[in-house]
Design a protein around this ligand. Sequence first.
Ligand SMILES: Nc1ncnc2c1ncn2[C@@H]1O[C@H](COP(=O)(O)OP(=O)(O)OP(=O)(O)O)[C@@H](O)[C@H]1O
Length: 335
Amino acid sequence: MNAVVEVRDAHVVHRARTGGLFRRDRVYALTGADLSVAPGETVGVVGESGCGKSTLAKVLVGIERPVRGTVSYGGRDLWTMPPAERRATVGAGTGVVFQDPSTALNRRLPVRRILRDPLDVHRRGTPAEREERVRELMALVGLPGALADALPGRLSGGQRQRVAIARALALEPALIVADEPTSALDVSVRAQILNLLLDLRERLGPALVFVSHDIQTVRRMSDRVITMYLGRIVEEAPAADVAGAARHPYTRALFSAAPGLLHPVDPIPLRGPVPSATRPPSGCPFRTRCWRADAVCAESLPEFSAASRPGHRFRCHHPVQEDTPIRDQRARSPE
Ligand SMILES: Nc1ncnc2c1ncn2[C@@H]1O[C@H](COP(=O)(O)OP(=O)(O)OP(=O)(O)O)[C@@H](O)[C@H]1O
């Protein structure tokens, strides 16, 4: 089946003032990322802060242009399309839900106008049909019709995120990208928003790319989980297998530290913070914190190897054995 979106060998490099006043360093935000999203599937993206999750999300929806590599919709490269066609393709084909609904929504527009905007821009239906669609969208995300004329400032955080989700769904896109959609919300409403996303996915069937720090939620929501480290995708596994059968030591460490494990284990401690994305280590970027690393890891990052389960692959010279129980996975530890 054709992918909804396909990213091949994508590289994103930023220029940032990380050194002295006049020095601009290169920040390697995304390096050689490959990702293909099938219709209707949910892909979860995990990794520590700064590892490139949002950058990958932005590349998927054409907000960030890779300096190298391709992003294809329906087999056509987004960045070789004329700009108007690119905007139309991305605008109608994707919906984006960002972390903070208070900055993502135009504060001066009432809910009704926010939801009508994509319909107007893409000229969907008659004015009366658009009004009807706005009512339909509000009902879909559980917003009372009485809020149609409210400005975002009058809404609660959860209601604002419902508006953002409704806006993302307005044109019935084949792909929704949700980047930390609940992390700016009160704990009490996070579950409601997650359940809403899950429910809408079931009912409407878009593919969903879900970025989150909450590893257990990602695992529960996704069909497939992508682990990122310092701008690289280092493992890709079916969500059902990722906690127990991950082969990359970094994925193991992330899951060992995630609350809510069925059989809690001692978290695998990682040495120090993630290195700077301006000077990623040679070879495998994880080697400076990995308890299994040796000299070969400084020389190269291996290509992906296939694990025994379909759809599971990883990049590591010294992968954890698949059937290693989570509590024994520190074998080869130098400590
Ligand atoms: N506009 C920018 N200019 C300079 N550096 C940037 C820019 N955007 C992102 N970066 C850097 O690129 C790297 C990847 O950032 P990104 O936001 O994709 O990571 P992330 O995994 O989503 O982090 P978080 O979980 O904290 O949102 C980081 O080192 C970040 O500081």
